[in-house]
Design a protein around this ligand. Sequence first.
Ligand code: GUN
Length: 317
Amino acid sequence: MSASSSEAGAAPAHHQGAAPRAAGGALLLDGKAVAARVRAEVSERAAAFAARYGRRPGLAVLQVGEDPASSVYVRNKRRSSLEAGIESFAHDLPADTSEARILALVQALNHDELVDGILVQLPLPKGVDANRVMDAVDPAKDVDGFHPVNTGLLAQKRPRLRPCTPFGVIRLAQEYGIALTGARATVVGASNIVGRPMALELLLARATVTVCHTGTRDLRAEVERAEVLVAAVGKAGFIPGEWVRPGAAVFDVGINRGSDGKLVGDVEFGPAAARAGWITPVPGGLGPMTIAMLLSNTVDAAYTRAGVWPPPSLRRE
Ligand code: GUN
């Protein structure tokens, strides 16, 4: 893919014409609309699962403590599960719960036949070793895709359960016909939750991938080269719009509170939208996609545990 949007792969017909454009011309990547489509597919697959196995796919969501942002996410995840025909098992533990108690609960959920997916909401309280907790989740139920086994499988080009936000970026790119093969893709941020698995997903999609982090010498030069830019930093407006390459596809994973209290991404939206070929809004971009991919992973985990491989979402019909 080249820097110009016309060469970067045309959008499929159903996204052309009617699709809203941000000021200056970038096509808005409507995560809300695509997420609704993914959720509709998930509902169908969940209903088919229930008809075949006599129970709904089940998702257990663990929250320890009451981090306000986590509480919002967890509420959304539980509500969306129920709406999609997925059973939701809520486990809310007080902030002073010991690591041993959390590990015991994870083990119980690993052995619970009604639970297909286990999600431990991060961050965990200080004093709890998050890696230990994540490592305790059965990889077959790891719908966040954070277990080293799932990370390793993704790194080896044989993905199983895939981290939801990076998987959402790939799905959004597919829906809008944004070519990733051969594209110069730059990921800003190297976290275990987004940046690193994002780089692996882009590599799987055959992009030429650069990962930037706090050790990067010339961030501006790296961003300016990016035909596909994924920002996953967690700082409001961290990437100036004028750094964005004309025609680039910009995926903004950040969900931050701006100085006026409104939600903003990691990329300075207005000036970036004036230059980009495509851009995700915040909110309404990757937030809804992340939840939709979590639900999709849960149904995939349910089918896989029932011995159906590949699960419906990985089949090439
Ligand atoms: N905290 C912030 N993002 C996430 C996520 O994707 N999964 C979990 N479990 N916790 C998070």
